[in-house]
Design a protein. Sequence first.
Lengths: 393, 614
Amino acid sequence: MATHSARSGALFPYPPLFWLPLLLCLIGLVFQFSVCIGDILKSGATPPTPLTAFRVVMMQSLWLALGLGAMSLLARVPTRFWQASAGFWLVLGVLSLLVLFVPGFSKSINYATRWLALPVPGLGQVLLQPSEAFKLITVFWFAWLYSTQKRVWSLWAVGGTALWLLGIVAIERQPDLGTALLIIMVGVGLAYLGGARLSRLMALMVAGVFAVALVLFLPVVKGMLKGEPWEQQRTAYRLQRIIAMMDPWKHQQDVGYQMVRAQLAVGSGGFARLGIGEGREKRYLPAAENDYIFATIAEETGFVGSITVIALMGLVVYHCFRLATQASTRFGQLVGSGLALWIGLSALINIGMAIGLLPTVGLPLPFVSAGGSALLSLMAGLGIAQAVARERG
Amino acid sequence: MKGRPQNSVRTLKLRQQDLARMRFAGGLMVLGGGFLCTRLAQLQIVQAKELRHIAERRRWRGRPLLALRGAIYDRHGKPLARTVMNYHVVIDPASVQEPWQVARWLTRHLGGNPKELEQTIRERKARGARYLLVKRSAPPHQVDPLLKEYRALPFRERPVILDTEQVPAREYPHSQLAPQVVGLTRLEGERDEGFRLAPQGGVEEAMEAVLAGENGIVQGEVAPGGLMIPETILQRTLPKDGRSVRLTLDLAIQESAELALDELWKRHRPLRALALVIDPHTGDLLAVANRPTTDLATRKGLEKSWEPMRNLAVNFLYEPGSTIKPLVVAWALERGLVRLNEPFRCAGSIAIGRRRVGCSAHGGGRKAHGTQTVEEVLANSCNVATAQIGLRLSLEGVYAVFERFHLLGRTEINLTGVERGYALKPSEIRYGREIRTANWAFGQGLMITPLALTASYAILANEGVYRPPRLVIEPAPVAVRPAEPVLSPENCRTVLRGLVHAVEEGTGKEARLPGYWVAGKTGTAQKANPKGGYIKGRYIASFVGIVPADRPRAVIMVLADEPTNGYYGGEVAAPAFRQIAQFLMWYWKVPPNRTTATTLPRRPERWTNEPRTG
Ligand SMILES: [Zn+2]
């Protein structure tokens, strides 16, 4: 710790924020591989080539390589650049979210329109998720908002925040309420850490709770007016999921199915049981390599493994905060805090969902879940954190 | 947050308020982490055993291993019914993203209307159903290409979660031959306990114990795709396939019987009709053809009523009429109550008690047969003489005829719905015993099945020895009933001579066959009213014949219920008899022994090189 300045010439001036995420990524690859093995039996026949069976792992490895490249590249970009271009990125981010609503550009899976489909020669269709990049952009924007010298609600600030809210509405309409809520929480959290007045924050929170309630109950009320009982409305699935969370066993035939399956997987893990690749319940989990990867980890490594993953996540968050305290600029400080909020809240929500503390929302576990856009955004964020570290002194 | 570096060069002084807020935010997250750890401890330590148990029980499945139902063959091993494995194709409607694409893909392989299927998928999906039976019992040639295409796709890229359930199905290579004998099956059970074919009538039902077999089971953990995970299989009981059944039917003869009935059906439009061929030396049923009939594969006509599946040979009771006379005469000869050259006088009618019994001429009115020998009595089908012979036997004696020729009671045969022939017991009859005796002697007042009558004629054709009718060759019955002598061969020959006369000169002229001697008897019985008496204008026309009469090879019975365009057995049933007999003589290559020239029958194309039957 005594030789920070000596390290500033190194590739990654803040090593824990390189090694810890890398370790988590490798853990993620191992368990994605394990899920793929479990899936082979599901398909009912030997797939034509191993490549198709392990496509998830191969793609994730590529994304990881890409992410490490981006991280080392961005570690050398001065943070001033980001501070100066925060508004530009915000506009770009919102635009990319709006493009999803143009038919032809986007790809829908399970009624959700979250992906830009890019044909890449040799890899087939590569899916990009703009909402993942928007998380990083949110960190930029609020870091910029609370690090600019003149603390006036300039046209820029008001307009930018309005744009940001538009982005959130776009995400909610995908529909992806989980991501929208996470981004709001990161934004509001950064405002808090950036020194926003408590009274304003309270007002904001009340407005937020009201908005969420509106989103949850409006479709229900609309359906009721048409005379459908809310249990049968497809649009009321969000409320149904919350109800199901209260007692998933009662709803295990429909909305509670994933929750029950996930809890069975986690419980099957015991204190330290099975072993990597031995999981059985993973075959029944929807999105086992993605949203529910923690359930597979818990099943195959038991309590010991689950706690280890939580501890590693905690360490990453701790180091982000620590970096924030050391930053030489206020922008850098807020970027560090923003990363801590982003990673910490994602992990809490994802794991909480997997073990039945929170309703089902589609949020990935940072670094561990399969998903290229999420990983790339996180690695880019960490690259900027390395740049912050380089400028410490 | 703690351990803020003291010696780093800083251009920014960390504000106290920022630090406090960071600590607060970090604290909240630590609290969240604490919740997670507590919950994990609860799930993975406290409830671990219970949850693992529930999970195991849910994954644990028993999968039936289906037994193959035994096949049904004719006497030469030609298949009448055999089992194939088909598949129910099921999908998970909730997994369908694009109903139209999926419906089009499925109907391309399985047939059906894609629009209707799309609609069904949409409806089920909206209701949140997880199970939809797309196609019942699809044959492998439809399902295999479908599954191949499906499995070539990686799990995630499949447009729908599809599964198949193996189901047994019956295949009928000769679906129009003897459907009433073969019988039908119905698919029963469900995936988890195993599908099976439940019999519906015929040999299928009668031989169920032999044909059925027993489903096996394999138990282990099942992956969501439906495959059993090999290393988890704990128990496996192999299925026991059903054994096959070989019938006495001969498909060539069966087809000729069906063709003969087709012609009868076209010409006389009866309510129902039957043709029955028996080998008198073994009792084997060689052909059993019924009208109305159906097609086992298409089940044509069965939607409305089960009548086309009715086997009249055993499931039909009727008054045999004149066809009973030869049996009465034979028994009287056997008992020595009638001598060979004894003259019987017929003046057209005879008074019995307060009633009068008469001989009717063809076309109505009375007819006096004059003085006749026993053979001539049979040739003329003389009621007056038969009544006299009956009276010599007495009521008990005529009843003994019914019993000795196995006309009463249930014929033991591997079929379902076998009716019980009946007549009042002599001890129950107090009044009019004499008129009853006369009536019985010419076939009124008793109800029997066509099969029983044909089997009793087989006694005449088999030198007086009764062979119980037989339908199944393999598996052979455990206890074979011994052959039972009823008549002496001499008396049999006497009666047969009389029956040859009946064909040559009497009522059965239509049954004459060039090159062969034919013995036979027509029967034209007024239909008995269940409430007593007879229904005017409704007849059952029948003909029972033996070919060749000098060295019998087959007993053939043809029966038509309520024929139109004529009602005499001689004009309705005898032509069909001749058609079948002619085919048999050609088919068995029986050398003609009458000097009259003979012509070969029309060859049914299917059996040009059929082996000679034993
Ligand atoms: Zn007469």
